[in-house]
Write a protein that binds this ligand. Structure first.
Ligand SMILES: Nc1nc2c(ncn2[C@@H]2O[C@H](COP(=O)(O)OP(=O)(O)OP(=O)(O)O)[C@@H](O)[C@H]2O)c(=O)[nH]1
Ligand SMILES: [Mg+2]
Length: 310
């Protein structure tokens, strides 16, 4: 009988959770960037092969919350721990182990689930530097729990080193069972949700300093029509919401140049996803303190109530 189960991917911001998940499923679904706190909500993707099915949950990086959005992000990550068959915890290939890593270790050890510790970005350090990292985590775990942490594996999403081994290890932790989703299915995210994230990704990648962290994106319209030429076109209207007037000017840029850059980059990715021409209109709006406003958070897709539903 085939295997089927859920795996959550957790870790501090920017350790490469979303990149690794995309690599494991072989398709880019979750957005990624070199800036921390890119992922804000749980993203579910599905991998199916002849051995069975793994449902992956990509989660926001675990960090100390500064506002309601931060609290939502923490809950989004933490709430997955109890609902999965295996936890994939990613760490940087670096020492020393920091207090933030220990905090995650304590949380993970308290839920008592099968755990795989991935030492990520393995391509960025020498092989000889990885062994001490593995040893340090194993020893610290033993001190904390009194138990052995045997499943520690170096992985690079960039060079794919360790990826096959990780898949084998994942399957070994899953129960036997029927697949949860149709084998064709890659994600439960809607095209509209992915389009929203793509726009946010481009803003994150193109904007500097604190501006991108204060951004939310809301797609107000996404509708396909057949043009006179016979070609299908998808009209998308979306708002980029920011916290301040000064941020709005930066997002728009001189003569609209920045907004145009964000729009062009987003349009290309959305066109590739839906395989249709896209007519994207972006608007910039200011909503002060939206990160602490429950109604705003809900409107932008960060509804704390959704976390209680699977
Ligand atoms: N060299 C190298 N860089 C990587 C690897 N995996 C991810 N990165 C880079 O690390 C940065 C963060 O990657 P993400 O996948 O967005 O990290 P994340 O953990 O999802 O981050 P948050 O969603 O903000 O918590 C990006 O610049 C990636 O290109 C890897 O295996 N090797
Ligand atoms: Mg991420």
């Amino acid at each position: 009988m085939a295997k089927a189960g859920f795996a959550t991917i957790i870790g501090r911001p920017n350790v490469g959770k979303s990149t690794l998940m995309n690599t494991l499923i072989g398709q880019k679904i979750a957005i990624t960037s070199y800036k921390p706190q890119t992922t804000r909500k749980k993203i579910r993707t599905i991998y199916t092969d002849e051995k069975g099915q793994i449902v992956f949950l990509d989660t926001p990086g675990i960090h100390a919350a500064k506002d309601r959005l931060g609290e939502y992000m923490y809950k989004a990550a933490e709430s997955t721990l109890k609902e999965v068959d295996v936890i994939v915890w990613i760490v940087e290939p670096k020492l020393p182990i920091k207090e933030a890593d220990l905090a995650i270790m304590r949380t993970v050890s308290s839920v008592k689930r099968p755990l795989i510790l991935v030492v990520g970005k393995a391509d960025t350090v020498k092989k000889t530097e990885i062994l001490p990292v593995i040893r340090a985590y194993a020893e610290t775990w033993k001190k904390l729990t009194g138990e052995e942490l045997s499943d520690i594996i170096p992985v690079s999403a960039r060079t794919r080193v360790g990826v096959e081994d990780l898949m084998t290890l994942l399957y070994s932790k899953l129960p036997e069972g029927e697949p949860f989703y149709d084998e064709e299915m890659v994600t439960t995210e809607t095209e509209r949700e992915i389009a929203t994230e793509i726009i946010r990704e481009k803003a994150l990648r193109l904007l500097q300093e604190e501006v991108p962290h204060g951004i939310a994106v809301q797609v107000n319209r996404m509708k396909s029509r057949t043009a006179r030429s016979g070609e299908d076109i998808c009209d998308i209207d979306a708002d980029i919401i920011c916290e301040r007037d000064s941020h709005k000017s930066i997002i728009i840029g001189a003569k609209g140049s920045m907004l145009k850059k964000i729009g062009t980059a987003a349009r290309t990715d959305i066109e590739n996803m839906i395989q249709e021409k896209v007519n994207l209109k972006l608007f910039v709006k200011v909503r002060r303190d939206w990160k602490d406003d429950d109604n705003a958070l809900k409107a932008y897709g960060y509804n704390a109530r959704d976390l209680n539903r699977n």
